[in-house]
Design a protein around this ligand. Structure first.
Ligand SMILES: Cc1cc2nc3c(=O)[nH]c(=O)nc-3n(C[C@H](O)[C@H](O)[C@H](O)COP(=O)(O)O)c2cc1C
Length: 162
C-alpha cells in the first residue's frame, strides 16, 4: 500500500511524529509543506492563531501536491487556536487527486486540541476524501507508544469497501 504523509510544522513536534510514523511504515513518502508567510513564535500567536481560528487557507509550498498515485494520505497538523493551521488548510486545498482517497489525520498540541482534527476532517471530506480517523498527540507525550500504535493501526488497516 502506497502511503504519503503530508504535514506542516513550525517548531518541530508535528515533524517528529511524522518521521516516527514514517519509520513504522514500509517506505512512505514524506512531504513537509511550508507556509509562504513565515511565522516567528510571536507572529504565530499574534496573527497565525486568529487566521487559524477563522479557518484561513494559507498559500503553501509546494502549491500542488499530487496524491493520485497513493492509496492513503496522512495529514499532520499542529493545533493553533483549537484549529488546524492555515498551512494545513493550504495543504488540503493543494491536494490533487484526493477525491475518493482514504485519509488519516494526526494533530499535535499542548494538550487542548479542541476540534482541530474534526475541522481537518470536514475540510478533507469537502475535497471528496474519506477519513478513517484521527489521533491527537500532546507535545509532552510525542513518543507515546499507544498513540503511535493507534496511528499505525489506522494507516495499515485494510481499505474499507466502497
Ligand atoms: C500560534 C499557536 C497557537 C496554539 N494554539 C494551541 C491550542 O489552541 N491548543 C493547544 O493545545 N496548543 C496550542 N498550541 C501549541 C501547539 O499546538 C503545539 O506546540 C504543537 O505541537 C506545535 O507543533 P509544531 O512543533 O509541529 O509546530 C499553539 C501554538 C502556537 C504557536
Amino acid at each position: 500500500m502506497r502511503v504519503v504523509i503530508v504535514f506542516y510544522s513550525l517548531s518541530g513536534n508535528t515533524r517528529r511524529v511524522a518521521k516516527l510514523l514514517a519509520s513504522r511504515l514500509a517506505g512512505p513518502d514524506l512531504v513537509e509543506v511550508h507556509d509562504r508567510h513565515q511565522y516567528s513564535t510571536l507572529t504565530a500567536y499574534a496573527s497565525g492563531a486568529p487566521r487559524a481560528m477563522r479557518g484561513e487557507v494559507a498559500e503553501v509550498d509546494p502549491s500542488e501536491i499530487e496524491v493520485g498515485d497513493y492509496d492513503l494520505v496522512v495529514l499532520g497538523s499542529p493545533v493553533w487556536a483549537f484549529s488546524p493551521t492555515p498551512a494545513v488548510n493550504g495543504i488540503v486545498a493543494a491536494l490533487r487527486g484526493i477525491e475518493g482517497k482514504e485519509v488519516v489525520i494526526f494533530v499535535t498540541s499542548a494538550g487542548v486540541p479542541g476540534d482541530a482534527a474534526g475541522k481537518l476532517q470536514a475540510a478533507s471530506e469537502a475535497r471528496g476524501a474519506r477519513v478513517r480517523g484521527s489521533v491527537a498527540f500532546d507535545r509532552k507525550d510525542l513518543d507515546n507508544e499507544r498513540k503511535m500504535a493507534d496511528l499505525v493501526g489506522l494507516v495499515t488497516r485494510p481499505p474499507s469497501a466502497g
